[in-house]
Design a protein around this ligand. Structure first.
Ligand code: G6Q
Length: 549
């Protein structure tokens, strides 16, 4: 297997990067008035502008040649065809099947998966209708007013992020709460706000063995039983989403209230599956279907658009350029929509759990960096906090700015103020402000020469900091679906180029196994294994002793 660094395209790009490192983004704009048209794509539900990256036409050609050398299109087609491209877990990667609206058979492991997908969608639709209409009753005959979704990681972040993003569209039929942390504080706070007679719990766990989720589910069940519920009525208040029907039944969920998911859906790509049940309950089933529709539109674009006009592919390639050829260590996600406030956290998991790997498909150590540190926050708040670092810090951090033409609510004067800031930031990061301009500005304000010279260096912004801009019309279930799918496919393309197994997560599993071993040792009177290193052993002993005081 040839390393990507051996591809002629990689070598050409390395040379191109040497030239471009000497260039300034703003001069590229001065030289080419058509740069925006050349380096932007109108994709389903959004406009993607990548012109504020340190690239030229030669770079784009090189990146597209890299995609060809890496056989990105073949791999994409293999994913859509249901091949076991998740080779370390020997599974297909078919989250795209969950939103496929074509009506065609979807072959996975020799079987058409469409009937099972539709069965579970209908199952969800029925529950949503029954709960939202008030037909589904709690043990005392009251209708359900609150839904508590218990799950973590892939079984939490997606639905949580989407629920928050679509707040503007929700009615007051139900209130959805999320519990992920095993820190009892979180569940205690939620249980304080809800009533056992009118609360429906969703235990969302693909494996139904995750310690945090099972601990929270047990606490919820004890609270329910103490609050007047009975073993029998548990069935009216607990439903589950899982591949592990046996464990869910043992917990006390009625078999008909277990929503199936499949091992060909990775946790962090699962909000389209029955894991999305809390979204459908909160927003209504039609909104959930719209979300699927938006993702499907992006899937088709990813499948059908030429690579040069393909938004997920170009987003991925520009990311590779910034990471592997310009050497930038991190990448910020900066939404300018309050409703997208959990989007950076969600994408942090999707990108870093998928491509935070350091060996290639053959198990050899990578000789090039893989995913950068992905982080971010609502942009406008970030401006008054960490943007100082983005503008004047010693590292250059490329960033995606995500905004929309219309706000989710119409409060006069606000949306233009928000978007003016977003546009200003990408312009400022690109152009910066040089010493001459700083001097002229200060002089115009009447500052004396000596004082100007004292502070000029501190006010210089070197600019030349790359950004992407993603502009939606408005955050709706449909555009949100497309936005998420855009990033999912970006992750896929980058994983192919880096020759990484993007769909496993052994780095997450290790901690789960070790914690399960340590937990019994924390009980009073239990020995602490001398197999722990001195630090871990001493910390455990300190904790146990301090707990006694
Ligand atoms: C996601 C990961 C991980 C997983 C959680 C929860 O891709 O696999 O975040 O979703 O560990 O796992 P369960 O759904 O099995 O409880």
């Amino acid at each position: 297997m040839a390393s990507p660094t051996q591809f002629p395209s990689w070598q050409a790009l390395s040379k191109n990067a040497q030239t471009l490192r000497q260039r300034e983004l703003k001069s590229l704009f001065d030289e080419d008035q058509g740069r925006f048209d050349a380096f932007s794509i109108k994709a389903p539900q959004l406009l993607f502008d990548y012109s504020k990256n340190l690239i030229t036409e030669e770079t784009r050609k090189g990146l597209l040649a890299l995609a060809d050398d890496a056989k990105v299109a073949d791999w994409r087609d293999r994913m859509f065809a249901g091949e076991h491209i998740n080779r370390t877990e020997d599974r297909a990667v078919m989250h795209v099947a969950l939103r496929d609206q074509s009506g065609e058979p979807i072959m996975i492991d020799g079987e058409d998966a469409r009937p099972q997908i539709e069965r579970e969608l209908n199952h969800m639709r029925e529950l949503v209708s029954s709960v939202r209409s008030g037909e589904w009753k709690g043990f005392s005959g009251k209708r359900i007013t609150d839904v508590v979704s218990i799950g973590i990681g892939g079984s939490n972040l997606g639905p949580l992020m989407v629920t928050e993003a679509l707040t503007a569209y929700q009615d007051d039929t139900l209130t959805t709460h999320y519990v992920s942390n095993v820190d009892g504080f979180q569940i205690a706070q939620v249980l304080d706000r809800v009533d056992p007679e009118s609360t429906l719990f969703i235990v969302a766990s693909k494996t139904f063995t995750t310690l945090e989720t099972i601990t929270n589910a047990n606490t919820a069940r004890d609270w329910f039983l103490k609050g007047g519920g009975s073993e029998d009525s548990t069935k009216q208040h607990f439903v589950a989403v899982s591949t592990n029907v046996k464990k869910a039944v043992e917990f006390g969920v009625a078999e008909e209230n277990i929503f199936e998911m499949w091992d060909w859906v990775g946790g962090r790509f699962s909000l389209w599956s029955t894991i999305g049940l809390p979204i459908a309950l909160q927003q209504g089933f039609e909104a959930f279907e719209e979300l699927l529709q938006g993702a499907y539109e992006m899937d088709r674009h990813f499948k059908e658009a030429p690579l040069s006009e393909n938004a997920p592919v170009m987003l991925a390639l520009v990311g590779i350029w910034n990471r592997n050829f310009l050497g930038y260590p991190a990448h910020a996600l900066l939404p300018y929509d309050q409703c997208l406030h959990r989007f950076p956290a969600y994408m942090q998991q999707a990108e870093m759990e998928s491509n935070g790997k350091s060996v290639n498909w053959a198990g050899e150590t990578l000789e090039y960096p893989s995913v950068p540190l992905i982080w971010g926050e609502v942009g406008i708040n970030g401006q008054h906090a960490f943007y100082q670092f983005l503008h004047q810090g010693t590292d250059i951090i490329p960033a995606d700015f995500i905004g929309s033409v219309k706000g989710t609510v119409d409060v006069p004067g606000h949306h233009d103020a928000l978007m003016a800031n977003m546009f200003a930031q990408t312009e400022a990061l690109m152009k910066g402000i040089d010493a001459d301009q700083v001097r002229a500005d200060l002089k115009a304000k009447g500052m004396d020469e000596a004082r100007i010279e004292e502070i000029v260096a501190h006010k210089v912004h070197r600019g030349n900091r790359p950004t992407n801009t993603l502009l939606m019309d408005k955050v709706t279930p449909r555009s949100l679906g497309a936005l998420i799918a855009l990033y999912e496919h970006k992750i896929f393309v980058q994983g192919i180029i880096w020759q990484i197994h993007s769909f496993d997560q052994w780095g997450v599993e290790l901690g789960k196994v070790l914690a399960a071993g340590i937990q019994p040792e924390l009980a009073e009177g239990q020995a602490v294994s001398d197999k722990h290193d001195a630090s871990t052993r001493s910390l455990i002993n300190y904790y146990k002793q301090a707990k006694q005081q």
